[in-house]
Each structure stands twice: as structure tokens, then as C-alpha cells.
Write a protein that binds this ligand. Structure first.
Ligand code: 13P
Ligand code: SF4
Length: 356
């Protein structure tokens, strides 16, 4: 069904969003992730990486409506952390994260059962990347584990190892490996749980020896980056600085000068000297924004492929306007509401992360 807002020209959509925002002052808070397209990002009251946005959701207590321009798991986390009086709205319900969908509760529960046959699960601490469903967070929270984001994964893993012998990390294999390696865990103490295989394709001994068991999920955008691209940029531009997101494969992170969450990438570019040259391994909307904002620096996307997160890009100005139009008429549309039972454990896991 085509909505009337989608038939308007861009200028009118922008004008109407501005007008609606004014009418709803004090009632609506618009949060946007750094991967949002510029046409949407410009209307955000607050922007951030996953951790910062989760904190902002906690602090947004006075706003009855939080419009989350990001993907589904982010809106779910905001709903869990927000008060009961607040409604969290995702302008397009199809804006999911394919990586989060790579770990279903059923699969994770089955894997946990299998692990418990060969290891003492009391000493296994589950850690889920925030890019996961509320049900997965609930599973983790109820088993003494924590959520982590790309900006605190090392800290959370160090905490997990202080609580137990082993970490079961999902859904992103790469973030799990990069953070484990940064903590000095050696390659033979890190095993991969391959979905669909008995014991995840490992022997009981391998699982018993492991410090980290990694789920084999990945982000298709960050999986695009290669060590070869890093080498090529170094040959082409001596002195170039290379920064990548930790969802990139380990070889890429190792070859880069630094890695960081989206907020970390922004800070690194901001703090660099005028005239510096960067190749950045992350989603293209953020890289293009940095190019625009730092005309005194030369900024390239690390890969020559598109590096687009198509689900993040599902949020369009017309969806945002549709949500705002409805709110001005008193209708809450596209509300993301996590049921109370699931929210209980998920909140435990999120709160643990915020404390760590
Ligand atoms: P950040 O928390 O670094 O913003 O990352 C979120 C994400 O989905 C990266 O792909
Ligand atoms: Fe998910 Fe990757 Fe998109 Fe981030 S960039 S939301 S991890 S698919």
C-alpha cells in the first residue's frame, strides 16, 4: 500500500517533518543510528552507536514517544530500557538486522543443551552482541550473562571471564574473535560453533579446552572487507590511516591501524590532524557523512563495493513523516513492544552491560 507521504516531493516531506517536530516538541524524541541515510539523520535529536543510543533511551524518561531510526533490535532494546509510559516506534517494521536473525532462540537453546553435555554450563557465561533479538537477550540475562556492543565487547568479555571459565558468544563471530584476541586469548582457545553441526562441528575436547565459543554469524556489510584492501591502500597512499569496525574479520582488524564502534570511528577522524588521509571499513552512509563533514581530510571507503546496509536504509523520510503525522493525530503506529516476560531477562542482560 502506497502511503500519501510517499507521493510527496522531498522538499515537502522535509518541510512537513520539520513542522510536525515543532508541533510535537517535548513529546517526541528522534534517535538515529550513524548508518541512517542523511535525509533521515538530519532530523535526529540525538545520534549514536548502539551503546550511546541505549543510554539515551534510558535518559529519555520525559518523552512519551521515542522514534527509533535504526534497526529492529535497537528499538527493542530502547523499549526494554524505557519506562512503561513510553512508546518506542520503528518507522519501518522491515528494518531488521540480518546478523541478529542468524541466532534464533531455538538454535541457541539447543546449542546450550549440547554444550552442557560436555562442559559444566555453570562456568559458561553467555554473552550476546546487542545485535540480537530480545528473546536472545532474555536467554542470556536468565543465565547470568550480559549484552555487549562493539564499543565495550572487550570489557564485557573480561567481566565474563572473571565470572566463569568460558564464554559462549553470539551472534557475531568476528566481534567475538577480535575481542577475545585483544584479551590475549589464543587461537586454539577460540572455537567456532557451526550451526547445524553436532557439537557445532567441534570435538568434546575442543569445547572443554575453549575459552571462547563463537557462533558463526556475521554482518554481510563488514564481511566485505579484506586484508588485501588494506594492503592496496597502503601501497597507493603511504601514511594513510586505516580504521575498521570490529565486525570485520580478524585479519582485517589486525592489518588496520585501529578499530572501533561507529562512535569510535567518528572520534578518530575528528581528532586526526587536518590533511590526514583515511580508509574506513564500515557502512557507506557513515563514511560519506564523514567525507562531507571533514573537507580538510581525505576519506575513502576501504572497499570498492557498495557497503550498504539495506535494512538500515529502509527508514525513509516518508516513513518518518507518516509516523509523525499519526502521532499528531494521537495514533501510535509501528510500536515496538517487548512482552513483559521476555523483557525481564533481557533487561537484566542490558543492565549488566550498562553497569560493566
Ligand atoms: P555500532 O554499535 O558500532 O554503532 O554498530 C552497530 C552495527 O550494527 C554495526 O553494524
Ligand atoms: Fe546488522 Fe550489519 Fe546492518 Fe549493522 S550493518 S545493522 S550488523 S546488517
Amino acid at each position: 500500500m502506497i502511503r500519501q507521504q510517499e507521493l510527496l516531493d522531498t522538499k515537502t516531506v522535509f518541510e512537513q517533518i520539520t513542522a510536525r517536530k515543532k508541533e510535537l516538541t517535548g513529546k517526541v524524541l528522534i534517535l538515529a543510528h550513524h548508518y541512517q541515510q542523511e535525509d533521515v539523520y538530519q532530523f535526529a535529536d540525538l545520534t549514536g552507536d548502539s551503546l550511546k543510543l541505549a543510554r539515551q533511551a534510558v535518559e529519555a524518561g520525559d518523552y512519551p514517544y521515542i522514534i527509533f531510526c535504526g534497526v529492529h533490535f535497537m528499538a527493542e532494546s530502547a523499549d526494554i530500557l524505557a519506562t512503561d509510559k513510553q512508546a518506542v516506534i520503528l518507522p519501518d517494521l522491515e528494518a531488521g538486522c540480518p546478523m541478529a536473525d542468524m541466532a534464533s532462540t531455538k538454535e541457541v537453546e539447543e546449542a546450550w543443551q549440547e554444550i552442557s553435555q560436555v562442559c559444566d554450563v555453570q562456568s559458561v557465561i553467555p554473552v550476546t552482541y546487542v545485535n540480537s533479538s530480545a528473546r536472545i537477550k532474555d536467554f542470556v540475562g536468565k543465565r547470568g550473562g550480559s549484552v555487549c556492543t562493539s564499543s565495550n565487547a572487550e570489557r564485557v568479555l573480561a567481566w565474563a571471564l572473571s565470572k566463569g571459565e568460558k564464554i559462549f558468544f553470539f551472534p557475531d563471530e568476528h566481534l567475538g574473535r577480535n575481542s577475545s584476541k585483544a584479551l590475549g586469548i589464543s587461537g586454539d582457545e577460540i572455537v567456532l560453533w557451526q550451526r547445524g553441526q553436532k557439537l557445532g562441528g567441534n570435538s568434546p575436547q575442543q569445547l572443554q579446552k575453549a575459552k571462547t565459543i563463537l557462533w558463526n554469524g556475521y554482518c554481510h556489510v563488514h564481511q566485505e572487507f579484506t586484508e588485501e584492501q588494506v594492503r592496496t591502500w597502503r601501497e597507493k597512499v603511504p601514511g594513510i590511516k586505516i580504521i575498521v569496525h570490529p565486525e570485520s574479520p580478524y585479519e582485517v582488524v589486525k592489518a588496520a591501524d585501529m578499530y572501533g564502534s561507529t562512535e569510535g570511528i567518528i572520534a578518530a577522524v575528528q581528532e586526526s590532524a587536518p590533511g590526514s588521509t583515511w580508509a574506513i571499513g564500515t557502512e557507506v552512509n557513515l563514511v560519506n557523512r564523514l567525507k562531507e563533514q571533514h573537507k580538510d581530510k581525505t576519506i575513502h571507503l576501504l572497499a570498492d563495493t557498495s557497503c550498504t546496509c539495506s535494512t538500515m536504509n529502509r527508514i525513509k523520510p516518508a516513513n518518518l513523516l507518516w509516523v509523525l503525522d499519526n502521532l499528531t493525530e494521537g495514533n501510535v503506529v509501528n510500536q515496538i513492544s517487548v512482552d513483559k516476560k521476555t523483557a525481564e531477562g533481557a533487561k537484566l542482560a542490558l543492565d549488566r552491560m550498562l553497569e560493566i
